[in-house]
Design a protein around this ligand. Sequence first.
Ligand code: GAL
Length: 638
Amino acid sequence: MKRTLGTCYYPEHWSRDIWEDDARRMVEAGLKWVRIGEFAWSRLEPVAGQYDFNWLDDAIEVLGAVGLKVVLGTPTATPPRWMIDRHPDMIAVDVDGRPRKFGSRRHYCFSHEGYKKDCASIVSKLAERYGKNPHVAAWQTDNEYGCHDTTISYSDAARVAFQGWLQMQFDGDIAALNSAWGNVFWSMDYDRFDQIDLPNLTVTEPNPSHTLAFRRFSSDQVVAFNRIQTDIIHAHSGAPISHNYMGRITDFDHFKVGDDLEIATWDSYPLGFLEDRVGADAERQRTFARQGDPDFQALHHDLYRAVGKGRWWVMEQQPGPVNWAPYNPAPLPGMVRLWSWEAFAHGAEAVCYFRWRQAPFAQEQMHAGMLRPDSADAPAMGEAMQVAAELKDAPDVVQAQAQVALIFDYDADFAWATQPHGEGLSYFGLVFDTYRALRSLGLSVDIQRADSSDFEGYKVVIAPGLMHMSEDVKAALTASSAQVLIGPRSGARDANMAIPIPLPPAIPDLDVTVSYVESLRPDLPIPLKGGGMVHQYMEALEGTASIVETTENGAAVAMSSGTVTYLGAWLDLAGLQRVIGNACAAAGVTTVTLPDGVRIRDCGAERFWFNYNANPVTIDGMSIEAAGVVRQSAPKQL
Ligand code: GAL
């Protein structure tokens, strides 16, 4: 399969007279894909039950006639205004109990039965009409589940559905729930499931077991909502179905949504993310202001490759300044090309630029496109055309297994979010620090889900922060022939968020016990003997396994037995580089410490070098221009 480019287009925003010209220019730019339709509900069903598909038939025909392949989005992220009159209680409710009004998008609650029925009906209409259309080569369900903090809703519909969900989880046994949650504490016992409210607006914090259950429920509601659509589309169309996930949105289990889809896609906005999601300090934000964080996109590429079971795209690629971050600079010349190649280097099948033409109206007026509002080329156009030209003689998409696997588990994220135990501590943050250390050592990484019981072919497997580890996960990790690095905070809670006894991590054949834990003030890190620091979070370890890493004062930080190491602390980059470097050395995996901003990615027979810096670098005698990409066809041994 060839690597391809595309764009996101809104024919309903533009006069019919320019559609042909737009389609022709897309082809001239070297684009193959065009995503349409995902926000067009009010134009497809202007009045409840009265449909107008003529314009969409026409748009698909115009685009398809020049050879473009259409990704058709279902419009369920933007229910029209009449829908709210029909179901006033379908809107989501925020944590403070306030309804989230009509007037933007994603104004719905995943638990509302009436809304779900109406979604099924518009999706059926689309699937019946376009399921066999030769130009519709892929589908997208909804748009960015979870965007604008919309996974969790504290509505009445959610409360009723949550009670039913709990009843199923506990087989109708309220005493079992009381016992699993420890409701005897503060006299929180329930007599019946219909007494259980949502865990917001309580006097002080709710029981963490209650909160975690509600997070799991909310995630399952997204999965179920998506499945309604995929069942319908699959019944009418053989084209693959995708959903466009986001950067650092972790409040629903993407692996479970992905189980019903053929392709995972995600929306990559490197400059917006650096300002509002990466968690970089001010100096790092300044250094990479026009390039984006060198590791943030890469982590998501690897994550969504796993979510898509190998098939993944960037559905929306930032083409210029965006409108939604605290500051919205323009990318350094070369970065749109670099971001595109970084995606292909991680196995992307397609990269689509968002959006084709900047809209002069409404919320995203300040968001660049490939064209300016007056239809002249915007700066991204030249770079996209360069990538299109380079793709002509580039190899096809390859699936290549990396030597290192890093586990990512959404349920662990729910548990950390429920009980961070220190300001700013998050599962995503821990995984991201680990990923950054891996990339800084020149390594290519595969992400694996925690319940993938097979680590065959990996030389190093890393499992940070898996709060709840089932016995199966422990067994799969310890049975692997890889060097395995587990922790911190792994196995720290049972399935219902209580501290297990025997105390964590309770890993077979590894005599390590966490006797207590502490979270650290940012200004009180603990120096490590070999250099670097423990910051954020530290566990006191005891047991007979060998101590392989200590603080300057001699406290155990990591302990090993055979191929398994337990790391009982959140380390800074220098500390992580050493501990991971040791695991790699033991596994025979070569590492190299790369300068900040320079990254490598191996993909089959290709090695890519990326320079995220605003100045050229020379490494190993090879120079890479600012914002430059070097593609070598046979990886040179490091
Ligand atoms: C994405 C979204 C698009 C558009 C874009 C702007 O999150 O899917 O519809 O809003 O952001 O950057």
